[in-house]
Design a protein around this ligand. Structure first.
Ligand code: NAP
Length: 284
């Protein structure tokens, strides 16, 4: 019998207590008979550099996910290669510790979103898309959407400096796609869009306002909320009531995790095992 040391993986963020990632990765390790464990590491911003340069090696961590608020600062701490998705967004959500001790990074959030839409049979190409938010999650979604050649993408965030940064990225990588940043919700022309995506945190709390007017939503529209806890935000409830097709962000969480798992292990991730673990956790 082998007495191999247990491999350590995990998530860094601040805070991380709310995370659903451990259950899906630990279920995948167990299913594949890999002697590994995924743990949560709460790392305050002033300890991030130390984590990358010291803690990773002291704890012999093989790979880790990065979440709020570290994704952009972590990009600057990658010592080996970064993938094109990480380079475009200038942020990483997945880091692998290479055998030579260097760190390589990628960002699986955007592809996670695209895989979820593909699984749902929702296409982006030629569609009019509206995106609420221009923060970390929105950036990944925006680059994924734009790569699929929508007819138009309109973006709104209360922080206009973030929409401008995002517009700069999209113009650089996808100059042929019509992207518009607007300074009010009215200018998004939501009633005319085919796909509405919420990538703001608005809706996480029950007393959060509804960002859109219910009469803007109609059947034939697909409404996606990156929020998955609560499973059904007020936006999704109203959208459902208006006959829209809807989805929350649990599928995006699943697929970004699947891609991260494959980035670390080089093995085919057991998607349905990971999906079941996530569903059990969210319904617990
Ligand atoms: P973030 O980086 O803080 O970005 C959120 C953005 O929304 C910020 O720019 C924020 O502006 C803006 N915003 C806040 N209130 C707004 C409003 N009323 N109207 C328009 N814009 C508003 O956060 P994030 O990491 O992108 O996360 C956003 C949400 O997506 C969270 O609920 C998160 O859990 C979810 N998410 C889900 C997944 C998934 O896998 N399903 C992945 C990533 C994120 P200020 O900074 O000025 O407040």
């Amino acid at each position: 019998m082998s007495h191999e040391e247990k491999q350590l993986y995990g998530l860094i963020g601040y805070p991380v207590g709310h995370s659903f990632s451990a259950v899906m990765h630990n279920a995948a390790f167990k299913h594949l008979g890999i002697n590994a464990e995924y743990q949560l590491f709460e790392v305050p911003p002033d300890k991030l550099e130390e984590f990358f340069k010291k803690t990773v090696f002291e704890k012999k961590i093989k790979g880790f996910n990065v979440t709020v608020p570290h994704k952009e600062q972590a990009f600057g701490l990658i010592s080996a290669s970064v993938s094109i998705s990480a380079a475009m967004n200038r942020s990483v959500n997945t880091v692998s510790v290479e055998p030579d001790g260097t760190l390589s990074g990628t960002n699986t959030d955007g592809a996670g979103f695209s895989f979820d839409l593909k699984e749902r049979g929702v296409g982006i190409t030629g569609k009019r898309v509206v995106l609420l938010g221009a923060g970390g999650g929105a950036k990944s979604v925006a680059t994924a959407v734009t790569a699929l050649n929508p007819q138009r993408l309109a973006i709104f965030d209360i922080d206009h400096s973030k929409t401008e940064v995002l517009l700069g990225i999209l113009d650089q990588y996808f100059p042929h796609v019509s992207v518009e940043t607007v300074s009010s919700l009215d200018e998004l022309k939501i009633p005319e869009c085919d796909i509405l995506i919420n990538a703001t945190p608005v809706g996480m709390r029950t007393d959060d306002p509804l960002l859109v007017r219910p009469e803007w939503l109609h059947s034939g529209m697909f409404v996606y909320d990156l929020i998955y806890n609560p499973q059904k935000t007020e936006l999704l409830k109203v959208a459902e009531g208006s006959g829209c097709l809807t989805a929350n962000g649990l599928g995006m969480l699943l697929w970004q995790g699947v891609l991260a798992f494959q980035f670390w292990t080089g093995k085919h991730a057991p998607v349905d095992v990971m999906r079941k673990a996530l569903m059990e956790k969210i319904n617990a």
